[in-house]
Design a protein around this ligand. Structure first.
Ligand code: PAF
Length: 286
């Protein structure tokens, strides 16, 4: 299968317009490149829900904070294109910063998603999720997909996109994708490549701690006790913990004894590398 690459909006619109006139359904996978097996699984998921799959690679300046290094974000264009082609992607959308932000990133019209963007990762990375919502809105307008795949690993990002799609009535079906894990439980992430061998050996403690949080919650532990035990276990293993929390799917705080859907979320740093992971589960009715 061949992969066509387009860098101009006119060419993208022409290609997608032709597919739509043929009655084909368009699946979309937005990425920032440096792709790994987790991204490839998003393409495969989109493929199962669409006739043609478009992926974008765009390192989005508006979602980087002043202390986060946009310029040093890894760019691996050849490997990305090869991986996308092998996974079954039909079209690679590769916009420049000027194409994405014609007035410049500093003068761009911005999305502001209230509430959900200010907690957890949003509190640690102010403005990050507004930048994500800003670029995803543009990408949806450019690609006009029928369905779009997002990983469940970036749980808060998925929650923000759900809010955005509902609030702005984007006619896009969201396809949340299962977290892809290494054999030892570590969630796949572009950031894993920065871990030293010692840090890499410790990193699966995050997944084990999520499993312990679920076990404690289902067994009837209070939320505060389960969260405190998780933070202590991570700190003991050598992590600097940003948060280890139990939340409802909309990221609000559940009451003790409340049943329903739950998600355990962890963000913790090993050396300079910040890792995030989560585990979704249901609380039994009591
Ligand atoms: O998850 C990502 O890679 C990015 O946040 C996204 C959704 C492509 C927006 O830049």
């Amino acid at each position: 299968m061949s992969l066509e690459t387009v860098t101009a909006l006119d060419a993208l619109r022409a290609r997608i317009g032709a597919w739509k006139r043929e009655g084909l359904r368009i699946g979309f996978v937005p990425t920032m490149g440096n792709l790994h097996a987790g991204h490839h699984s998003l393409v495969e998921l989109a493929r199962r829900h669409a006739d043609r799959v478009v992926a974008s690679v765009f390192v989005n300046p508006t979602q980087f904070g002043p202390n986060e290094d946009f310029a040093r974000y890894p760019r691996t264009p050849e490997a990305d294109a090869e991986g996308l082609r092998a996974a079954g992607c039909d079209l690679l959308w590769l916009p420049s910063v000027e194409t994405m932000y014609p007035y410049g990133a500093d003068r761009a019209v911005r999305m502001r998603v209230p509430g959900i963007t200010d907690v957890l990762d949003g509190a640690h990375r102010p403005g990050h999720f507004d930048g994500v919502a800003t670029v995803v809105s543009r990408l949806f307008n450019q690609v006009q997909p029928d369905a779009a795949a997002f990983g469940r690993k970036d749980y808060q990002q998925l929650a923000v996109i759900r809010y955005l799609v509902r609030d702005l009535a984007f006619p896009v079906e969201l396809l949340p994708a299962t977290i892809v894990r290494e054999d030892d439980g570590l969630a796949m992430s572009s950031r894993n490549q920065y871990l030293s061998p010692q840090e890499r050996a410790l990193a699966p403690v995050i997944h084990r701690t999520l499993l312990a949080m679920r076990e404690a919650a289902v067994a009837g532990s209070s939320r505060a006790a389960a969260e405190a035990a998780a933070s202590a276990a991570l700190a003991q293993a050598g992590f600097a913990v940003d948060y280890a929390v139990l939340r409802r799917p909309d990221l609000t705080e559940p009451l003790d004894g409340e049943d329903g859907e739950r998600v355990a979320l962890i963000a913790a740093r090993l050396g300079k590398t910040r890792l995030i992971d989560n585990l979704e589960f249901a609380m039994p009715a009591r």
